[in-house]
Write a protein that binds this ligand. Structure first.
Ligand code: GLN
Length: 491
């Protein structure tokens, strides 16, 4: 099975080889037949109606680049009239009354939404196992050895890897686009904080959350990013920037590119096979004209502790709105208002979400605020300053996206800290607000993909995409697909 890219599909649609309705129906069939549990909901009628509209637009001479191309949407994005659960029981009956800005922009560009993908509850997790709607199986695993797809955008990653969608949206607060992309052999881009509007994207940790594309190639990521970005007055942290075409410089030469390898990213916990494959990838960059040097981000070890104060603190505040009053789940039996709140939240939230709310509320409580929250903010600054310093002499940084490959389902659910350690290389980037990409850069002996993590200075997504694309021009790792012939969904 070969990969199908967005740019190929766009080509097929514009040449008239296939209509959007046919293409969309084909993907909907695959989704219905698949067993990965990658989707929480689909609404075939809505998708086909959108595809028809795209075909009509084309008939009138519209040549929007992704017109009629179907993609999957993470279930964190509100889409008007569509069930939007965020992976939680507390939103099991929530039909969004409005559409998230990034999704609206994609719809305006003619992109068809195929359905809502499974995810860790409120995007809290690294394995998709905290979803109320069940685990997702990584297409690179097998029935005998079921593997997690990563998280929290696990459904999106599995959907693209299993070719149930040519691309998907994800969100990344601490690694949720890049880590599942690495576990499923995809390209996943977390844009700079402020690049994509957060309006209509259910909030986890507002100072860290960013939406981004999950695709097979950097070129596809650029095409999709083009449709997602832009200023939005409804998000106070949205940036007003000049329009940019992220495909424009994607083929630039890498002659003279200065790559920094932070030594902290090659620490003890790193799987030795991954380390070797990353070294090989870096060598490929040397052949493309790049120069390599070791650098240091000395405060990297403070990222996880700082994140696990800041993110839960913000989450505890954001999630206070789920009270059973205005929307979502409400406990059936209660004695008074406070009892209703308590029972609703006790029954509606899963364990991991409750753990985060408790940690966050504790860190913000008077008496502990300075000891935890203020201190974490100071650490965040130190982490951010580390990046500023190394970027004085480097154009990009590289390392592994994750310390291990996809692990077995159930193997880490009882140990939150080992689960949190998954994001050890990705979290510093969110704390600093920087853009970063993960691309498939090899396969282990066990035939599992590994991710090369590339980080650039603020707002230099175009550089990241250029660096990723050039690698994909001279290697074929991104074209490797899992053997999913046992799946009925295999085409
Ligand atoms: N795995 C991390 C967490 O659980 C990051 C999640 C994310 O990026 N949404 O917080």
């Amino acid at each position: 099975m070969t990969i199908t890219t967005l740019s190929e599909l766009a080509q097929q649609l514009s040449s008239g080889k296939q209509s959007s309705v046919e293409l969309t129906q084909d993907y909907l069939n695959r989704i219905e037949e698949s067993k990965h549990n990658a989707f929480i909901s689909i609404d075939p009628e809505k998708s086909i109606t959108a595809a028809k509209k795209a075909d009509e637009r084309r008939a009138t001479g519209d040549t929007a680049p992704l017109l009629g191309v179907p993609i999957a949407q993470k279930d964190i994005f509100c889409i008007e009239g569509t069930l939007t659960t965020c992976g939680s029981k507390i939103l099991e009956n929530f039909v969004a009354p409005y559409t998230a800005t990034v999704v609206q922009k994609m719809h305006d560009a003619g992109i068809v939404s195929l359905g809502k993908t499974n995810m860790d509850e409120f995007a809290m997790g690294s394995s998709n196992e905290t979803s109320y709607y069940g685990s997702v199986s990584n297409p690179w695993g097998s029935q005998e050895q079921p593997l997690v797809p990563g998280g929290s955008s696990g459904g999106s990653a599995a959907a693209v890897a299993a070719q149930l969608a040519p691309a998907a949206t994800g969100t990344d607060t601490g690694g949720s686009i890049r880590q599942p992309a690495a576990f499923c052999g995809l390209t996943g881009l977390k844009p700079s904080y402020g690049r994509c509007s957060r309006y209509g994207m259910i909030a986890f940790a507002s100072s860290l959350d960013q939406a981004g594309p999950m695709t097979h190639t950097a070129e596809d990521a650029a095409l999709l990013l083009n449709t997602m970005v832009g200023f939005d007055s409804r998000d106070s942290t949205s940036l007003e920037l000049p329009a940019e075409d992220f495909t424009h410089n994607i083929d630039n030469s890498l002659e003279g590119l200065r790559i920094g390898l932070p030594k902290e990213f090659f620490s003890d916990g790193l799987d030795s096979e991954i380390a070797e494959l990353i070294e090989n990838a870096v060598r490929t960059y040397e052949t493309l004209g790049a120069t390599i040097k070791e650098v240091s981000l000395p405060n990297t070890h403070l990222a996880l502790p700082s994140y696990y104060v800041i993110a839960p603190a913000e989450a505890s505040s954001n999630l206070s709105r789920f009270d059973g009053v205005r929307y979502g789940y409400r406990a059936e039996e209660y004695s008074d208002l406070v009892d209703m709140y308590t029972k609703t939240r006790t029954e509606g939230f899963g364990e991991e979400v409750k753990r985060r709310i408790m940690i966050g509320a504790y860190a913000l409580s008077s008496g502990y605020y300075d000891a935890y929250y203020s201190k974490a903010q100071k650490l965040r600054r130190l982490i951010s300053d580390d990046f500023t310093r190394v970027f004085e002499n480097c154009d990009v940084l590289m390392g592994p996206t994750t310390p291990t490959t996809a692990f077995a389902q159930g193997s880490r659910t009882d140990d939150p800290v080992s689960m949190y350690l998954n994001d050890i290389y990705t979290i510093p980037v969110n704390l600093a607000g920087l853009p970063a990409i993960s691309i498939q850069a090899g396969l282990t002996q066990q035939n599992l993909p590994i991710g090369l993590h590339i980080i650039s200075p603020y707002l230099q997504e175009a550089k990241l995409l250029n660096v990723a694309h050039k690698f994909q021009q001279v290697t074929d790792w991104h074209q490797k697909t899992p053997t999913i012939s046992a799946e009925k969904g295999d085409k």
